[in-house]
Write a protein that binds this ligand. Structure first.
Ligand SMILES: Cc1ncc(COP(=O)(O)O)c(C=O)c1O
Length: 423
């Protein structure tokens, strides 16, 4: 039987242009079929895919994921994202969840350094998957051991509850020095990376003093380890600057971002340099990618969110409204003895409720559960159920609404103290 002569598909000019645009910022290690095809996909229908130049393809890999292909929206998103990152951090790989991006950062660190140990911090939270579980703090990992070996923990700069019982600035950042000690005395000298949250979210919006991140960066460098900043919460203006690391003027080797990057849509990313991302096995075809990372819908969500953050200057809004909220919180602290500590940068604010300002003993969880309910009843949804309260409003909140929320918290706090005392 004679072969049917078919129209031949060629990689067309639109595919070429879009994949070239994307290749400026996409990290190596994308799915093999997407890489080898050189195509930018426009749409799918039934069992066919259509590229940006109108060529059609019978789809034999749908089960693996259409989302992996280059798309115009993804190329635009990567270009915009790379334009707002700290200097040199313009290589990006996309994922769907935060822990997934952190795990990828660990794989990158191992690939680039050929080492395999990790150092994290007391109070840390980086997600709940196997590779990062050993670096979580507190009860999150109760009953989930044994953990991956080779992970070590140094004290974070949590000044209100200094792990070394010292006071800043007289302490001379002694806690950072402990990182050096952990590396020297506890690890096997094969530290691939030190991972740190520029400000700790889950631990209670804990804000390290100036110089801490710089010291940690220097110690990581000295150990030949990468410095990973987990900007999952602190990124995209949350802290009143674009990145949490901007407060200390440090540029990490790797950043992990999530949450705000997709404006609520499941999207996360690893951001690093040309040099670090080129090491195998991270850089092998399919070496760094995932099925859903960078799918068209996630990329559209990322692009839309980032356009809004930049066009509406939400970083400035975060700084301005955050400052007004912090002032109000300080005033509330003067009024309520139960507020032991108040802190904040931008729209990442925290307060600690204590029975006694001298001992700093936290109020009970029953107290804060009652507070949470009182807030809800008055129309405020807040993370006021533990004694260390985190306040993380939307980046576009206006000052009047933000202060109204604090009025409610103020009133609810007064009511709970009146009803039950400080227990
Ligand atoms: C700093 C930080 N890193 C990583 C994660 C994990 O993100 P996900 O829950 O999307 O896996 C979180 C989640 O809260 C986080 O706060």
């Amino acid at each position: 039987m004679k072969d049917v002569i078919r129209k031949r598909n060629e990689v067309g000019p639109r595919s070429r242009r879009i994949t070239e645009q994307e290749s400026l910022h996409m990290a190596p290690g994308l799915q093999s079929f997407a890489l080898y095809s050189g195509l930018a996909m426009a749409r799918g229908q039934g069992s066919h895919l259509y590229d940006e130049d109108g060529n059609s393809y019978v789809d034999f890999i749908a089960g693996i994921a259409f989302g992996s292909f280059t798309t115009e929206v993804r190329a635009r998103f990567l270009e915009l994202l790379a334009s707002v990152t700290p200097s040199g951090l313009t290589r990006i790989q996309l994922f769907s969840g935060g822990a997934e991006a952190v795990e990828a950062a660990f794989r990158l660190a191992k690939s680039a350094t050929k080492k395999f140990e990790f150092v994290g911090y007391s109070g840390a939270f980086h997600g709940k998957t196997g590779g990062v579980l050993p670096l979580l703090w507190g009860s999150f990992k109760d009953g989930l051991g044994p953990f991956v070996p080779g992970c070590y923990v140094a004290p974070y700069a949590y000044c209100y509850r200094c792990p070394l019982s010292l006071t800043y600035p007289d302490c001379g950042l002694a806690c950072a020095e402990k990182t050096r000690e952990v590396i020297r005395n506890q690890t096997g000298g094969a530290v691939a990376a030190v991972i740190v949250e520029p400000m700790q979210g889950t631990a209670g919006n804990v804000i390290p003093p100036p110089g801490f991140l710089t010291a940690v960066r220097d110690i990581a460098k000295e150990a030949g380890a990468l410095f990973i900043a987990d900007e999952m919460i602190t990124g995209f203006g949350r802290t009143g600057k674009f990145w949490g690391v901007d407060h200390d003027g440090v540029v990490p080797d790797v950043m992990t971002v999530g949450k705000g990057v997709g404006g609520g849509f499941p999207l996360s990313a690893l951001i690093s340099t040309d040099e670090l991302t080129k090491h195998p096995p991270f850089s092998h075809p399919s070496g760094s990618s995932s099925s859903y990372g960078g799918n068209p819908l996630a990329s559209a969500a990322g692009l839309a969110s980032l356009e809004i953050v930049t066009k509406e200057d939400l970083v400035a809004n975060s700084e301005r409204v955050g400052r007004a909220m912090l002032e109000k919180l300080v005033a509330m602290q003067e009024k309520h003895a139960v507020i032991g500590d108040v802190r904040g940068k931008g729209l990442m604010l925290g307060l600690e409720l204590v029975k006694d300002r001298r001992t700093r003993e936290l109020v009970s969880k029953d107290f804060t559960r009652a507070l949470f309910q009182e807030c809800l009843r008055r129309g405020l949804l807040s993370m006021s159920y533990p004694p260390v309260i985190r306040i993380n409003p939307p980046l576009n909140i206006d000052a009047a609404t933000a202060l109204e929320g604090l009025e409610i918290l103020d009133e609810a706090l007064g009511a709970v103290v009146r009803e039950r005392g400080l227990n």
